[in-house]
Design a protein around this ligand. Sequence first.
Ligand SMILES: [Zn+2]
Length: 388
Amino acid sequence: MVTGDSSHVKQINRALILGEIIEHGSISRTDLAKVTGLNKSTLSVQAADLLAEELIIETHKEHNNPGRKPIFLSLNETAGYALGIDLDGKKMTFVLTNLQGVPVSSQMIEFETHNYHEIFRLLVEQIRHYKKRCELTPHGLIGVAIGVHGIVDNSELICYLPYHQWHNRDLKQDLKDATGLNIYVENNANLNAYAEIVFMHHQSEHLFSLSFNSGIGLGMIVHGEVLKGYNGFAGEIGHMIIIPDGKVCSCGNSGCWELYASEASLSSAVAHMKNKEKVRFQEIEHWIQVADPVVVTELEKYMNYIATGLNNIINLFNPEILILNNRLLAIYPNALPLLLSKLVSSISQPCELLLSELGEKACVMGACALVIKNFLGVSKLSLSNNRS
Ligand SMILES: [Zn+2]
């Protein structure tokens, strides 16, 4: 409990009240006083403000006792909407959620260009469309978060986006100027980890999430916060060297983990063995189902490379939960028991190893959650996973 009447204290109390209302779904004023430790008059002033802002609503619940029906407070989930965008190499995915993080629409746009200004124009066009769509709600479009597959610093500047070869692009400021909205730009692996903790693993405070695509990214939640490092570049785990003098990487080093353990590395290894230019995910899936010997051998090597990296991560960070967001592991029979059998170091403590249930939606859902958290000013957000 925090007492006093400065605006800072009011803000803290407001966040505390909103956090409890979201966590409980609906809660009476009496119970809210108990869980927040706030006195009745503070609570009553804050609740009146939140009702006036249309951020919360009063509901009357049926109960068996005669007399007045108790009044409960809940979040007015349609008071505003959050837009999450996953800006990938050739496609951008948009998800619009209400304030409870429930998706109300999703859309995917494919594009071919690497040009910043063309991609920026596409983003502005779509964001303006969503802004207009939400304008009749009390708070409208409350903000937009964009997950990018590259390096973002602590000021949200895109320092480097490998696929498009963008350097030092201030997408946050450019979009803010063009749309007048609150804009957030974040690394996709960080948003993946944030989505896992907000929508799936509410109790964990030490959750790590590995995303395997063309590269490998690590999002780290430590003491409930995203660990970003001094400049914001932490988690570039794909460039951890696992093979000295190994394959040459675009980062300038050799033998980086993502050259051996990303989804793209497995696809190119299989393509090489099959004398094809490239193979589709569905083809690999089929070869796994029919136990194709070439693919089985490549996957055995692949699993060993993954396990090598996991061993290093677990020894370095001692996570409570380690989530693997990897489509290949999701279709490979008994992938988790196999990986666990390779994680036998007597030095590290075992951690819970799980496959992501959010899958490729994790980034965009984490983006929506980030917008909601910042809008409500809450320190911790726990939402249910009601994906459409
Ligand atoms: Zn590298």
